[in-house]
Design a protein around this ligand. Structure first.
Ligand SMILES: [Zn+2]
Ligand SMILES: [Zn+2]
Ligand SMILES: [Zn+2]
Length: 269
């Protein structure tokens, strides 16, 4: 399984569009791994998680064939994870292609926003409503949505993705996991865990994970043998408001055996 990190930033991107903070200024100056677009991963070119506003940029940057995507999993409706207006660009009159339908898996609000944006359009998305802890077979994988603790306004989801004999936890935006999610994970064996570390050294962990929450999650997964031997733990979804450059994140996480994602990273498991 090839996990391609297309984007690794939270809502604002890094450098953030209008921001002149020290971190954004340094990111503009240094470039490279300090430039982060909004978060998404593409697995084996055919299963994508989330549809951020940087999807157009990702298609250019990595030469991605977006029509090769068979399954699109949406974690929640925040605009850095679902930019529904751009889904319309695949509708009749905006795109010519000979591909297959894209199957979209999400809870209520992302489906409502997407179908609202597509009202009156002729399109071939197929929407599937998923429920927490209920496995579903997609075109490319078996997925199990898990509950996140991110935004009380909607049911935000993490995904367990089992594909070609490998199981990955896609864990953002998660916050500190709800009890049911810990219980479910207790019986799972992971080949990789992708966690968010949006808020850095902040003490806040109720809707986003901070550094300590990531370290404790890895320790818990190790203690409960949830992680298979040598299974990578990868952090992503960083905010400029955490004021940590890529190099600083690596200094924090590398000694703890955690990989810091950057735009363009491909992890093979
Ligand atoms: Zn987000
Ligand atoms: Zn900034
Ligand atoms: Zn969010």
């Amino acid at each position: 399984m090839h996990i391609h990190f297309l984007g690794t930033a939270a809502f604002e991107g890094i450098p953030s569009l209008f921001c002149e903070c020290r971190t954004c200024a340094q990111a503009r100056e240094r470039g490279g791994r300090n430039i982060r677009s909004r978060t998404s991963v593409l697995i084996d070119g055919e299963l994508k998680v989330d549809f951020p506003p940087d999807t157009f940029y990702h298609s250019l940057q990595y030469g991605i064939t977006l029509n090769a995507i068979k399954d699109l999993l949406i974690t929640h409706a925040h605009s850095d994870h679902l930019y529904a207006e751009d889904m319309v660009i695949r509708a009749a009159g905006y795109a010519q292609y000979g591909g297959q339908p894209i199957h979209v898996y999400a809870h209520d609000l992302p489906i409502r926003l997407s179908t609202h944006a597509l009202i009156g359009e002729k399109h071939d998305y197929r929407f599937h409503r998923v429920l927490p802890f209920e496995p579903m077979q997609t075109q490319t994988a078996t997925i199990v949505p898990l509950l996140a603790a991110h935004d009380p306004q909607e049911t935000c989801l993490l995904y367990l993705i089992e594909k070609d004999g490998k199981t990955v936890l896609y864990g953002n935006d998660s916050g500190w996991f709800p009890e049911q999610t810990w219980r479910y994970l207790n019986d799972v064996k992971l080949d990789a865990a992708i966690l968010e570390c949006t808020v850095g050294r902040s003490s806040h962990r109720s809707s986003h994970m901070n550094i300590d929450a990531v370290l404790e999650t890895k320790a818990w997964m190790t203690e409960h043998t949830v992680l298979k031997p040598n299974a990578p733990v990868i952090v992503t979804h960083f905010s400029h408001n955490a004021h940590l450059l890529h190099e600083e994140l690596v200094e924090i996480f590398q000694p703890n055996g955690i990989q810091v994602a950057y735009d363009g990273l491909i992890v093979t498991i």
